[in-house]
Design a protein around this ligand. Structure first.
Ligand code: SER
Length: 519
């Protein structure tokens, strides 16, 4: 097997499937066009309508290297060799075209002929009674019976979520050798250690999972495969973790030189530099796809990632904003083929700087508070951080609940989540009550009504002179209206502004509002 760069592997995969008649689609956005998902979690997500037969593509075979975000295992990122919040999934897809035979034999051809993996180190798993898949592995590929493993639904049936396309799957496993084994006598295919590594998941997407749990057959038989680029690269480059591949190493090296850490010398330092390396990639890609930090949904995930990385930086002694120092590395590694990183670089810089600065101000105080609380709890029975403290950390110091939970878990302390939710509800009540009060006191004043309804405009002009924001309301002749057309005069209420308003004898700032197609 030749040593190859991650970039080469990505291109080889795409070219291979083009040679099998597939259309190459550039990666779709991380924001799926699908209300059941927060992020694009797999290569098939953008193609869901084709699986369901709701839309017909003008091609029946496709290949992608798809940007994906998964945060369900975020606490494991950095602790294991292969958990990431952002990763690329290499995938080939067929809708009512080729099926199990081609999906399996071509996958084998790619791994053994193109990548050069040793056939004797490869195994396959199949869904327990999938005789068709068994027969292809046994008779067409020629894999010996003892290298084909049958597993149940938990292992060999892939679901996208609680509803949607799904089906039995077959995984290809690569034996990395005894050096990678957990050493248990039971270590074999199916063991969760790194010896028998699952490298490629071939899903035979035949069903649509219904809300009631039943499986409705899809109009056509389809293929959906997924192989993590980072993982395959680690196999090809024969390194122990994905973080040592050329897709991550420059980020790891940079984090080490910045903090004086020697990689491999301490578990906790390794964890911190890996978290930083992982999260800077996710953060850059998420913002490039238009996600902004907020207190809910995707924006909250982004905020968590930035704050989590900031905290790990602090653990390594970084007392200043540092995430943007990694942006040139991310661009160097990923701008080809992900041009959106270059196009949106100013946006990434602005958002990360703002968010890191905002959290940086309170991170120190919040850390002191939680450290104090945890050390006072340690001697006590029950070991529970109160909901009120967790809420104070959230509300005053900007610690996402999950971050507080993680710090507690590191210290073996529980957290009163119910108490936290109660505090949260109390705060919502207070907000509702005060907004009612404002609107009744100020009845008739359009500005106060708008403020009571949507909140005040955030003034950010001490740090910014331009920014992206949203129009919250329009006013004309003292009335709130829905549109202002070219040539009309009116007032625009923004969510945030860098413009100083006339006040205290100082005149207001002047400038432009720019949006696509207008200035
Ligand atoms: N959708 C499957 C997975 O995510 C195969 O791509 O594993």
């Amino acid at each position: 097997m030749h040593w190859r760069t991650g970039k080469e592997i990505r291109s080889l995969f795409i070219d291979f499937w083009i040679s099998k008649g597939s259309k190459h689609c550039p990666s779709f956005s991380l924001i799926p066009n699908d209300p059941t998902l927060l992020f694009t979690i797999a290569g098939m997500v953008p193609f869901k309508p084709y699986y369901l037969g709701i839309e017909q593509p003008d091609f029946t075979r496709a290949v992608t290297s798809q940007k994906c975000v998964r945060t369900n295992d975020i606490e494991n990122v950095g602790r294991t060799a292969r958990h990431h919040t952002f990763f690329e999934m290499l995938g080939n897809f067929s809708w009512g075209d080729y099926f199990k035979r081609e999906a399996i034999t071509w996958a084998w051809e790619f791994l053994t002929d193109v990548i050069g993996l040793e056939p004797e180190r490869l195994y396959a798993t199949i869904y327990k009674d999938d005789e068709e898949a068994y027969s292809v592995w046994r008779n067409e590929v020629g894999l010996p019976n003892e290298r084909i493993y049958r597993f149940d639904k938990d292992e060999n049936f892939w679901f996208m979520g609680n509803v949607g396309p799904c089906g039995p799957c077959s995984e290809i496993i690569y034996d990395q050798g005894p050096d990678f084994s957990c050493g248990k006598p039971t270590c074999a295919v199916g063991c969760s250690c790194d010896r028998y590594l699952e490298i490629w998941n071939l899903v035979f997407t035949q069903f649509d999972l219904q809300e009631d749990g039943s499986l409705k057959p899809l109009p056509k038989k389809n293929i959906d495969t997924g192989m993590g680029l980072e993982r395959l690269t680690s196999v090809v480059q024969r390194v122990r973790t994905d973080f040592e591949t050329d897709l991550f190493k420059p980020l790891i090296d940079h984090a080490c030189s910045m903090t004086g850490v020697t990689y491999g010398a301490s578990r906790s330092d390794d964890l911190a530099v890996r978290v930083i390396a992982d999260h800077v990639r996710s953060v850059a890609f998420m913002i490039a796809d238009g996600i902004l930090p907020s207190n809910e949904g995707r924006g909250y995930v982004l905020r968590r990632l930035i704050r989590r990385a900031a905290r790990y930086g602090k653990l390594l002694g970084l007392d200043r904003p540092f995430l943007l120092d990694f942006l040139p590395d991310v661009l160097q590694l990923m701008a080809d083929p992900y041009r959106e990183l270059v196009d949106n670089r100013p946006m990434i810089e602005q958002i990360v700087a703002m968010e890191e600065k905002r959290f940086g101000k309170t991170l120190q105080q919040g850390t002191e508070l939680i450290d104090q609380e945890i050390s006072s709890l340690k001697g006590q029975r029950g070991h529970e951080l109160s909901g009120a403290v967790a809420f104070e950390l959230y509300d005053t110091y900007g610690f996402p609940l999950e971050l507080t939970k993680e710090i507690c878990a590191e210290n073996d302390v529980d957290i009163d989540e119910k108490g936290f939710q109660e505090e949260m509800e109390k705060q919502r009540e207070r907000a509702r009550a005060s907004s009612k009060q404002i609107s009744s006191e100020m009845k008739g004043d359009v500005y106060s009504l708008i403020a009571a309804d949507i909140g005040l405009t955030a003034f950010e002009g001490y740090t910014l002179s331009e920014q992206e924001t949203e129009v919250q309301a329009l006013i004309k002749d003292g009335q709130q209206i829905h549109t202002l057309s070219a040539g009309e005069r009116g007032e625009v209420v923004l969510k945030a502004t860098p413009f100083y308003a006339e006040r205290g004898g100082q005149i207001g700032d002047q400038g432009f509002l720019i949006a696509p197609g207008m200035k």
